[in-house]
Ligand binder design. Structure first.
Ligand code: HEC
Length: 146
């Protein structure tokens, strides 16, 4: 009897863990889904993580100009300034790079197409907390992203 209960509890726990870890996250109120985030993650790890870190947390002192007179790579995870930019501005920064701001970020227009850029934005936006995302989403220019 005890053994049966043990086995039942074991499978129940297994089921719960499976549910928590393996069920795809639904980004219900976001414009992107898990597929965008997964694709964006591999693009980000390959092209962006060396500067902005794997989890898009960037540099802590991102407002402090470095010794060469440039800003360091900022966090893109919603903790810094990135959410002030509408979608098209974010896409433009990624495509043209830091030249827009006399900055150091390289341009990615040759390596990444429109879809790649979309997915990479989804990846770093997946770190944004709901309140940050909601403010971004309420910007008029972002209202087409469902
Ligand atoms: C060589 C380092 C480097 C790489 C690689 C890099 N960035 Fe950046 N990024 C920067 C720096 C530095 C800035 C700050 C502006 C500047 O100096 O150009 C920046 C700024 C940005 C901004 C604007 C943030 C804001 O809050 O205004 C975005 C968005 C961004 N990067 C996204 C990306 C993405 C996506 C990739 C990969 C496709 C990437 N970056 C790759 C260094 C880098």
């Amino acid at each position: 009897m005890k053994k049966t209960i043990f086995i039942l509890v074991f499978f129940l726990l297994l089921f719960l863990l499976n549910y928590i870890y393996l069920t795809p996250k639904d980004y219900q109120n976001r414009w992107f889904n898990e597929e965008n985030v997964i694709k964006g993650k591999s693009i980000f790890l390959k092209n962006c993580a060396s500067c902005h870190k794997e989890d898009a947390s960037g540099t802590t002192l991102w407002k402090k100009i470095n010794k060469d007179g440039f800003y360091p790579p900022p966090p893109l995870n919603g903790q810094a300034h990135t959410w002030h930019h509408d979608y098209n501005t974010l896409a433009e920064i990624i495509s043209k790079g830091g030249v827009l701001y006399n900055g150091e970020m390289p341009a990615f227009e040759k390596e990444l197409n429109k879809n790649d850029i979309k997915n990479v934005i989804a990846y770093f936006q997946s770190f944004w907390k709901d309140d940050v995302y909601d403010i971004w989403k309420s910007m008029k220019k972002n209202s087409d992203f469902e």
